[in-house]
Design a protein around this ligand. Structure first.
Ligand SMILES: [Fe+2]
Length: 324
């Protein structure tokens, strides 16, 4: 590795020392992004991709999953430490003991830079639509990674050296994955819970790049903060949201003014609606390639560990699922 970094995994504390990450205080001349991250835990950022760029990808995904799901690359663990997967998964509806719907049926695809070469070989002769989906997805992932890099480099003013921990000079240069979600359409009923229940993301930084339905919310004061702090964020074309996950907190302890965002996605359905069409979202998760932050489920949903909220029992066991 360059700069004397060992090619071994570091703990969070070692990472902080090796990358020399001092306490991160809000500067007097803070940028708009820094101010938003400090105040709301999430910043609205410009997106060099249009809504139609994302729609093209989600449309291709829907065509592939309906016409030849068996030809999509099946999911596999890219990095079990980080909960990174690549490939296609179909997730079924899940009910809790009260028969409330706690997970919507959906199709998920994860793009990972570490899967690209493999799929170039295994899917060289895939149908044109699938080949196009894979190529477009990797191109969008690269563009989103460029957006993260740009913002982390700007955050160097308040977080010296931080971008070095995410963007290495030698392989593996980055560790990210881009999630493409397509939720099934449905007839609304009374037993529906949130689209995404409240949680922290596991990774370092997340870009909520695209969503074609409202409901995304965040609470800067975290899972113990008052509900009145909750703010909703519409997804505007040409814009996206940047926020931190638990890896950032593990790197900095309490020293950074950027805290992991407590967030979720509520179900927003007009009262007169008789059918909710399928919804799509595209999200990029960027992590530190050489630091093992010992991620665990309690990082994403600590409220379920503290006993003050009933735990929903999934109808099927879910192993090592990364919540994001
Ligand atoms: Fe999330």
């Amino acid at each position: 590795m360059s700069q004397g970094l060992p090619y071994t995994l570091l703990t969070s504390a070692e990472g902080r020392e090796v990358y020399n990450l001092p306490a991160a205080t809000l500067p007097n001349d803070a940028s708009e992004v820094e101010l938003a991250l400090a105040e709301d835990g999430v910043a609205r950022i410009d997106m060099p991709l249009s809504g139609s760029d994302f729609e093209r990808l989600t449309t291709a995904f829907d065509i592939c999953t309906s016409e030849f799901p068996q030809l999509l690359p099946p999911y596999f663990d890219v990095d079990a430490r980080k909960g990174h997967e690549a490939g296609y998964r179909r997730k079924d509806l899940k009910l809790n003991r009260s028969q409330q719907q706690i997970a919507d049926p959906k199709n998920i695809f994860h793009f990972s830079e570490l899967a690209r070469n493999r799929w170039d070989e295994t899917h060289a002769d895939a149908p044109d639509m699938l080949r196009q989906f894979l190529d477009d997805g990797f191109e969008i992932q690269n563009i989103l990674l460029g957006v993260v890099r740009e913002h982390l480099e700007r955050l160097e003013a308040s977080h010296p050296n931080m971008s070095r921990a995410y963007f290495l000079e030698a392989a593996p240069q980055t560790l990210s994955f881009m999630r493409v979600l397509s939720y099934d359409g449905y007839v609304p009923h009374d037993n529906l819970k949130a689209v995404a229940s409240p949680h922290y993301d596991l990774g370092g930084f997340t870009i909520q790049a695209y969503a074609d339905a409202p409901g995304f919310w965040g609470r800067a004061s975290g899972h113990k903060g008052p509900e009145t702090d909750t703010k909703y964020y519409d997804t505007a074309h040409g814009q996206a949201y940047l926020f931190a996950g638990q890896e950032h907190a593990k790197l900095y302890g309490d020293d950074s003014f950027i805290k992991p965002l407590w967030h979720g996605v509520e179900r927003v359905i007009a009262p007169e609606a008789t059918y909710a069409p399928n919804r799509h979202a595209i999200i990029l998760f960027t992590d530190t390639p050489l630091i093992d932050h010992a991620n665990c489920t309690a990082d994403t949903k600590p409220h379920l560990q503290s006993g003050y909220e009933p735990v929903d029992i999934p109808s099927q066991p879910v192993a090592n699922e990364r919540v994001a």
